[in-house]
Design a binder for this molecule. Structure first.
Ligand SMILES: [Zn+2]
Length: 1298
């Protein structure tokens, strides 16, 4: 009874004082003086004064009442202290648990003040308060404190205990003692704090006491309860010692380990820390309860020898403890943290996190977030939750600096485990049922208690910048503000990412993007997106759907893509003060009249000017793995998607569009907008060149792009914005949700389990490919149906997985890729492997087997210029590791002449890799060649990584494909016209194959483009596809020129014709042209005698042999015949690729080992090739034995005899010029009379060859003994003799192969 009266009075007292303070006392606003203790009333007042002054970063709550009814005040200090934020660890300090231990009570008030007053100015404090949810309870035993006496250093039990005579630090459940330790109701403080601990799941805490100076860590007691000296280890003993020491070493007295307290002046603690039980047994303490049942690591700190020193000591005590208190708090950010989620990205509360080798588990909090403090090291960590399959991540590295982010995605037990490399069967995910129903159930009404932003207005660029920065500060735990570039006038293109752990690639989190304000005048999109930013942030943590979306999705919002254009309109709006009379801002900016929403380049390498905004957005979208994107705008109401998409993707687009709009009848009203409105004087007609952003994104990136229109007005009055928002925001939320209806998974290396970045996911039947993110994740939206998904990455064997998508279930398909059997390995072994491979391929039917084993391309159809450009760009985006697309120049009608380069060494060209060229479409009416080459390119790419032979060939060669030299003519040609000359010439009526006249200054632009490529040099072989007959021609096309090395040229033609299904029979069977062609090959001049041909130019200028393939009688057969034409030609096309790896290659060096460039390699008197700047050369020769002369300016000539095999790779010769011949420059004088000497020399030479050593399969020829080389120079009249003689020693000159 008595206590009840007291209780009532004391509350009244407290409240009165609060009111008193708030209304009239300025005293409490003053700064801390550190010279007096606060009694309960004073403490209460002081704490409330903080809330008054710093409401944005602190809040005060009571977690319960003491036995005498005093509030157990807890000060919460953190940015956004009014709510729980996922991903923010919770920390607590509890002081004054023993009422007579008073220092901590004061110190915690000082700490609170320190944090609050320094927030925003002190970076350390700001960071701590932003990132940590800090709870400070200055007094857990306010009743006891009221009984204690200032200056009483040893304390009294009456003040130590609570009002019911309970020692609160003996009142918690104990691990070794199952009985309740106190009578029910006797320790309401313990009950309240226990419930608080269990509810908050603190991550780290400090329990502050007095009476000594030491940090004491778990366990606090042992099963024996021996009073002292029993070290009671916890599973986290090392971590606890570290934590305890963190405090101790920052406390000037504690770190000494010699507190010299009067009661035991000799007491010592090594490093100022002690195991609790080893010091003295404390059953029922709070710290063990926190650790064992509260998910929380807790250490007890004794702050001072004197329990209740005079107030004059307080400032010193504060100074002694300040740094220790701060540093210890910061440790809440060590170890590993993240989320445990379902496959749909929904956080799982209460999931277990266990660390291998440690039997102490912690559990996730309400958002599925967890924080596992760990010392630096490497750990295997498992997440498990009832109803889900556990998941372990091995070798998680923990560093000292910052917590390691580790998210877990758990599949339900009913989902089948995906076996790496095996075909995955469809798996239902029960977690994410179609969320359309969420809205259906609630109809048109907005779910409560949603907070709609109040301050809705139009934002100028500066307003917007400020707005975004403020949001980013206030909601820092879920926002990430960045800029993707600048506008033409230098304004930032800001993007706000909203997500937990924003800015980081996270398992299970798809990315989505919104873009607004593409038109400067389109204010609706911009403002709707700004509202969306605020809406997501301010409802996060309180509203279920928003919280779930932000937890599970990375939402990127670019409110204004055209800030320059907007500023212009914004100013005009201010001037006119109305909303509808001005709409000039369709324009891009004042000086460039360009529509940013259109005119996306359909040639990524085009030379036209790309606006900086567009360039920034394109590169942003390309470099992210955005699954869905939407431009949000006014001028229409509804959802649009690109027109020309594959039917498979059309279904997906349609499904998503309908989910966003069509399913809400209440959104159907007044959808038709009258556009273009008559007042839009500057409206740019849709016929603007180029493509819109969505089409561009579909063709060039992994994202599916939509246009979402939310208002007919472009620039409504500010007051109408809220109306539009309330009516249509559901569309934006629904759109975010749609991303979760994707087939998704991870592509991993089966051996390491690591995700494979940028692997390609192809769905059969769709040209839209997606790529994996940094962590190997992919998302592929698909409509219900059955699909085949193929995953591949360079260096891995491709895997095909069947997937079934059901209407209400999303699929998780994890795909493990095995490294391809023939792994890259440099050196001899690889050479031998490749040699073996070439031999196998060169054997009878070897190539045919390869061709049969390839994944088919199946991309055959006739393509327009634009389709061809798209195809090439898509190919390079899909296979960025091995392809490069570039422009050789432009046609008369300014079409790009594309060159596609395919090689495994894109970044680091290998000087030894042979380079070859495939060209088509010199005559635009020969339509088959371009398509065969595109198919060829695609088959090479799609089999790269999966097929070891193709991988090797691509790795060891450089393939340049020019599918269409004459794009203008090609556009004119007509399908089905076998003999039409329409399109034969370029747009200026020139037959390009007569225009390759070296020395001509006025060649056609198409010719110039090819000439530049040919002159660039380095090509060892070229194949040009023509039409109108069925044969192969080899140089020269003009009659006058004798072919130096006709054998080689002829041989190459034979290879092509011989691998073609019918060509080698020699009966083209065409109405025009020769009836019979032996072997299917002819010298060019014999077939069509003309000068200025491309292949003659190639021979003359770059010594590169080129053959012309006439693919068939009909120039432009119906598309249905393309497949059989491909089947006829494909083996030949591969055969040429094989051939370029044979022949002869070598490197020419001087005696210092420096490369000798421009050395001339001749065979049988004909110049074959020059060495390049690196001294390398490569040339093709027919099988057989060949005489080589190698000559370089200033060096003696060398003579070689080599045997070229029809089934072996080119073995590199090492030509070493050891003697400078400058002083022999007049040696010709000698030459006339020395035939005897020559023969002598020749003998020496033979001897030398015979004794030469084999080094790495290459026979080295050393000539240091051969001094009289001028005699055998090419100018020597004895040269012929020499060569003839050498024939007799064939066997000695063979270059042996291993
Ligand atoms: Zn104590």
């Amino acid at each position: 009874m008595m206590s009840n009266v007291w209780f009532t009075l004391s509350r009244l007292f407290a409240i009165l004082h609060v009111v008193h303070y708030v209304t009239c006392t300025p005293e409490s606003d003053s700064e801390e003086t550190y010279n007096k203790y606060y009694n309960y009333a004073g403490l209460t007042r002081r704490l409330w004064s903080f809330v008054e002054k710093y409401p944005h970063i602190c809040s005060l709550e009571s977690v319960g009442k003491s036995a005498e009814g005093r509030e157990l005040w807890v000060m919460r200090v953190t940015a956004h202290s009014e709510r729980n934020e996922p991903g923010k660890p919770r920390f607590r300090y509890v002081g004054n648990m023993h009422g007579d231990e008073a220092v901590s009570r004061q110190v915690l008030v000082y700490l609170t003040e320190y944090l609050l007053t320094r927030y925003g100015t002190d970076p350390r404090v700001t960071e701590l308060v932003n990132s940590t949810d800090i709870y400070i309870m200055p007094s857990m035993n306010p009743d006891g404190f009221e009984k204690a006496t200032e200056g009483d250093c040893t304390g009294s039990s009456a003040a130590r205990q609570n009002a019911k005579h309970v020692d609160l630090n003996r009142g918690f459940p104990d691990q070794f003692d199952q009985l309740p330790r106190v009578l029910e109701g006797d320790a309401p403080e313990v009950t309240a704090v226990m419930s608080w601990i269990l509810h908050k799941k603190f991550v780290l805490s400090g329990n502050l006491h007095g009476g000594s100076v030491v940090a004491s860590y778990p366990f606090d007691d042992s099963s024996s309860h021996i009073a002292s000296g029993v070290y009671s280890h916890s599973p986290d003993d090392a971590l606890f010692r570290y934590l305890a020491q963190t405090y101790a070493e920052n406390h000037p007295i504690m770190k000494e380990g010699r507190p010299r307290c009067p009661y035991d002046p000799d007491e010592g603690f090594k490093d100022g820390i002690t195991n609790g039980a080893a010091w003295y047994d404390v059953p029922g303490g709070m710290q063990d309860f926190s650790y064992l049942q509260g998910n929380c690591f807790e250490v007890t700190f004794e702050l001072s020898c004197c329990k209740y020193p005079f107030a004059s000591e307080l400032h010193t005590e504060w100074k002694n403890n300040r740094e220790a208190l701060l540093t210890y708090m910061e440790k809440v950010h060590m170890g590993v943290n993240g989320y445990v989620m379902t496959s749909a990205g929904i956080g799982l509360p209460g999931a277990n996190i266990s660390v291998a080798g440690n039997n102490h588990n912690i559990t996730t909090w309400i958002f599925g977030d967890y924080f596992r403090l760990l010392l630096p090291g490497t750990y295997n960590i498992t997440a498990s939750s009832s109803g889900y399959l556990p998941k372990t991540v091995n070798n998680v590295t923990v560093t000292e600096d910052k917590a390691t982010l580790l998210n877990f995605i758990l599949n339900t037990s009913s989902e089948k485990m995906q076996m790496p490399g095996f075909l995955a069967s469809p798996v239902p995910s029960t977690a994410f049922t179609p969320t359309v129903r969420i809205f259906d159930n609630q109809g048109a009404s907005t779910p409560e208690p949603l907070v709609h932003p109040q301050d809705i207005r139009h934002h100028s660029y500066l307003d917007m910048e400020l707005f975004l920065q403020q949001i980013n500060t206030v909601h820092s735990s879920i926002t990430h503000l960045y800029s993707i570039g600048q506008s033409a006038q230098g304004r930032e293109l800001y993007v706000m990412e909203i997500s937990t752990n924003a800015g980081i690639d996270q398992p299970g989190k798809p990315e989505i993007v919104f873009v607004g304000n593409l038109h400067g005048s389109d204010a609706v999109g911009k403002e709707m997106l700004l509202i969306l930013v605020e809406y997501l942030c301010s409802n996060y943590g309180s509203e279920a759907l928003v919280t779930r979306l932000v937890n599970s999705t990375r939402v990127h919002i670019l409110p204004s893509m055209n800030p320059d254009g907007y500023e212009m309109v914004f100013e005009a709006q201010k001037y006119f003060g109305t909303n509808s009379d001005f709409s000039g801002g369709v324009r891009y900016s004042s000086n460039q009249n360009t529509d940013l929403s259109k005119n996306f380049p359909d040639q990524s390498y085009g030379e036209d000017f790309v606006q900086p905004e567009k360039a920034a957005v394109m590169s942003w979208i390309k470099t992210h793995s955005f699954v869905l994107s939407a431009s949000v705008l006014g001028g229409m109401i509804g959802v649009k998607y690109p027109n020309s998409v594959d039917s498979l993707d059309e279904d997906v687009f349609k499904l998503i569009a309908e989910a966003c709009f069509v399913k809400y009848p209440f959104l159907q009203l007044s959808q038709a907008c009258d556009l273009p409105r008559p007042k839009d004087r500057n409206y740019i007609k849709p016929s603007a060149p180029g493509i819109d952003m969505q089409t561009w994104a579909y063709r060039n990136t992994g994202t599916l792009g939509f246009t979402i229109g939310l208002s007919c007005d472009l620039y409504p009055q500010a007051k109408d914005l809220l109306t539009y928002w309330k009516r249509y925001h559901v569309v934006l939320l629904q759109f975010i949700q749609q991303v979760h209806f994707s087939v998704r998974g991870r592509v991993t290396d089966v051996q390491s389990g690591q995700g494979i970045v940028n692997s390609t996911i192809v769905v059969e039947g769709s040209r839209h490919h997606v790529h994996t993110s940094k962590s190997g994740q992919y998302w592929r939206p698909l409509a219900p149906g059955a699909y085949k998904i193929q995953a591949f990455a360079p260096g891995y064997s491709a895997v095909v997985v069947p997937v079934r998508v059901l209407e209400t279930q999303v699929e998780q398909v994890d795909i493990g890729l095995s490294p391809e059997p023939l792994a890259h390995s440099e050196g001899q072994l690889e050479g031998e492997e490749f040699q073996k491979l070439l031999e196998d391929l060169s054997s009878t039917s070897g190539l045919e087997q390869l061709v049969q084993s390839l994944l088919p391309g199946g991309m055959l159809h006739y393509r327009t210029y634009r389709e061809r450009s798209d195809f090439l760009q898509e190919l390079t985006l899909t296979f960025p590791q091995i392809t490069r697309l570039y422009s050789l120049g432009h046609s008369w009608e300014f079409r790009t002449i594309w060159a596609l380069e395919i090689t495994g060494n894109l970044e680091s060209p290998q000087p030894t890799e042979p380079k070859m060229r495939y060209v088509a479409g010199v005559h635009g009416n020969a339509a088959v060649g371009p398509e065969l080459l595109l198919e060829f390119a695609f088959v090479l790419c799609i089999n790269y990584g999966g097929n070891p032979t193709i991988t090797k060939l691509v790795d060891r060669s450089r393939i340049v494909i020019v599918p269409c030299v004459n794009p203008d003519g090609r556009e004119l040609a007509q399908e089905g016209k076998c003999f039409s000359t329409a399109g034969l010439t370029n747009a200026h009526g020139v037959d390009l194959d007569t225009d390759f006249l070296s020395g001509s200054l006025s060649v056609q632009p198409e010719t110039r483009a090819m000439m530049d490529l040919i002159r660039e040099g380095g090509f060892s072989l070229s194949v040009n596809l023509e039409g109108g007959s069925l044969l192969v021609t080899y140089p020269y096309d003009r009659t006058t020129q004798p072919a130096h090395n006709e054998e080689t040229l002829k041989y190459l033609a034979v290879v092509y014709a011989g691998n073609h299904l019918g060509m080698h029979f020699g009966y083209p069977g065409c109405h025009i042209g020769p009836e019979s062609v032996p072997g299917g090959i002819l010298r060019g001049a014999e077939f069509s005698n003309h000068s200025g041909s491309m292949k003659d130019y190639s021979m003359d200028v770059s010594l590169c042999p080129e053959i012309t393939v006439y693919t068939g009688c009909c120039l432009y057969p119906p598309a249905e015949q393309l497949l059989s034409l491909w089947v006829e030609h494909r083996t030949s096309l591969f055969a040429m690729l094989l051939e370029v790896n044979k022949g002869l290659s070598g490197v020419v060096r001087d005696k210092e080992g420096q490369p000798v460039s421009d050395a001339v390699v001749r065979v049988n008197g004909s110049v074959l090739v020059h060495s390049d700047t690196q001294g390398y050369f490569h040339t093709l020769l027919p099988p057989g034995t060949h005489q080589l002369e190698i000559h370089a300016q200033g060096f003696q000539q060398q003579l070689w005899k080599v045997n070229v095999s029809s089934h072996q790779m080119a073995s590199p010769l090492v030509i070493e010029f050891t003697e400078n011949s400058t002083h022999f420059s007049q040696g010709v004088v000698l030459a006339a009379a020395t035939s005897i000497i020559t023969i002598l020399l020749f003998s020496l030479l033979i001897w030398h060859f015979r004794s030469a050593k084999f080094v790495n399969g290459v026979r080295w020829l050393r000539q240091e003994n051969l001094q009289m080389d001028p005699i055998v120079s090419e100018k020597s009249p004895l040269r012929g003799v020499f060569l003839e003689e050498s024939e007799s020693e064939d066997d000695a000159f063979y270059l042996e192969q291993h």
